[in-house]
Design a binder for this molecule. Structure first.
Ligand SMILES: Nc1ncnc2c1ncn2[C@@H]1O[C@H](COP(=O)(O)OP(=O)(O)OP(=O)(O)O)[C@@H](O)[C@H]1O
Ligand SMILES: C[C@@](O)(CCOP(=O)(O)OP(=O)(O)O)CC(=O)O
Length: 394
């Protein structure tokens, strides 16, 4: 019987603290500015992807959360083509000694352990996992930096999920995009105390998809020009320094300012794009109150292209940050988990009840996580020895 060759990896979500928003080349997915993110722990949010190749297969296939996906999109086709070309180069180098996997069809099976397309960066983890799994299957010699150039073409933010810890996507300047890649600023171990609380506001479809939203901003916003030309280049250096020096206060100020400016450029687009809603704004106000009560900046909010808030804080300030959140969101099950059952509710007249009440009725889930590692090899294959998805026989 024809063999099934396979490899399985897991990959993390990342949430930007300096936002990517704008493309200078749509076909190659090249950004108008560099960006920075924190990779989140795969204990809480992860994509698992098994890539396989076999002479038994009759077409390229991708299964996501058990359903067959269309692989004809330009993004997926580009990834398949480029990964195959890299494998072919190895086969040509080592004439005859490698199985010609580049000529076989691919079957890729992927699962996200969190909601897909709900503003939780599933596309970032998903495309990073896909590239890494096929690279493993093909035994490619390329480094994660080189693989990030491929993942970028699946989804820009995906390039940053090739690394753990603190990651920069350097925009690069070459027309072919060969220097627009992710690099690690610092590994997880450098600043493992960084935590993140994700307030899931709503699982409904977002206002405008990021891909088209950012193109509208590039075309119509005058504030955007100021942002990419003078604000971000400075912020990029300052934020890198704050991470290397583990200076939370500076990191937090820059993170909040950058989220605010990204959303300001959305509002400055025409027609305007609204990602934040009343619940998002209540989260911003509560973080301000938390910092006021603490007497220092202990929490930083950031929002992607949707209403969900991500609040970064350090482990040592867990009670100061999570106490008010527990009081506001006491109805949510997350607090019962062993790792967070010790958090005490913290509420006083210093917290404006308007924000507390809005959050209480508007947040449906809280995910408590923190900085984590990059993609990992896994033995939990999603494809059995006959090439079938576990539990199905096609
Ligand atoms: N595990 C995966 N493997 C391959 N592709 C995936 C995977 N997960 C998500 N995707 C792709 O990403 C798309 C969802 O991306 P989308 O940008 O709409 O949402 P999101 O990334 O979850 O949210 P956001 O970008 O707002 O944070 C899916 O429709 C699918 O095409
Ligand atoms: C607001 C953001 O999350 C935008 C992410 O945009 P995508 O990476 O989803 O866009 P495409 O490259 O078109 O796939 C900011 C960020 O992650 O840096």
């Amino acid at each position: 019987m024809d063999a099934i060759y396979k490899a399985t990896v897991t990959a993390p979500v990342n949430i930007a603290t300096l936002k990517y928003w704008g493309k200078r080349d749509v076909a190659l997915n090249l950004p108008t500015n560099s960006s920075i993110s924190v990779t989140l722990s795969q204990n809480d949010l992860r994509t698992t992807t098994t890539a396989s190749a076999s002479l038994l297969y009759t077409e390229d296939e991708l299964y996501l959360n058990g359903s067959k996906e269309d692989v004809s999109s330009k993004r997926i086709q580009t990834l398949f083509r480029e990964l195959r070309a890299l494998r072919k180069a190895e086969e040509d180098k080592q004439t005859g000694s490698l199985v010609p996997l580049s000529k076989y069809y691919l079957r890729i099976v992927s699962e996200n352990n969190f909601p897909t397309a709900a503003g939780l960066a599933s596309s970032a983890a998903g495309f990073a996992a896909l590239v890494k799994a096929v690279a493993e299957l093909y035994q490619l010699p390329q480094s994660n930096e080189e693989l990030s150039i491929l993942a970028r073409q699946g989804s820009g933010s995906a390039c940053r999920s090739l690394f753990g810890g603190y990651v920069a996507w350097e925009m690069g300047s070459k027309a072919d995009g060969s220097d627009s890649k992710a690099v690690q600023i610092a590994p997880y171990e450098h600043w493992p105390e960084m935590k993140a609380a994700i307030l899931v506001v709503s699982a409904e479809r977002k206002d405008t998809p990021s891909t088209s939203g950012m193109q509208l901003t590039v075309k119509t916003s005058s504030l955007f020009k100021e942002r990419v030309n003078s604000v971000v280049p400075q912020r990029f250096e300052q934020m890198k320094k704050s991470i290397l020096e583990k200076d939370f206060e500076t990191f937090a100020h820059l993170t909040m300012a950058d989220s605010n400016q990204f959303h300001a450029t959305c509002l400055d687009s025409y027609p305007p794009i609204f990602y934040l809603n009343d619940v998002s704004r209540a989260a911003i106000r509560l973080v301000e109150d938390i910092n006021k009560v603490a007497g220092e900046v202990v929490a930083a909010y950031t929002f992607d292209a949707g209403p969900n808030a991500v609040i970064y804080y350090l482990a040592q300030n867990e009670q100061l940050v999570l106490g008010p959140l527990r009081a506001a969101l006491k109805n949510l099950p997350a607090w019962k988990e062993e790792s967070h059952s010790h958090i005490q509710e913290l509420m006083s007249d210093d917290f404006d009840k308007r924000w507390v009440n809005t959050l209480h009725s508007g947040i449906e889930r809280i995910i408590l996580t923190g900085v984590g590692q990059g993609p990992q090899l896994s033995t939990n294959s999603l494809i059995d020895k006959n090439g079938n998805l576990w539990g199905s026989s096609f």
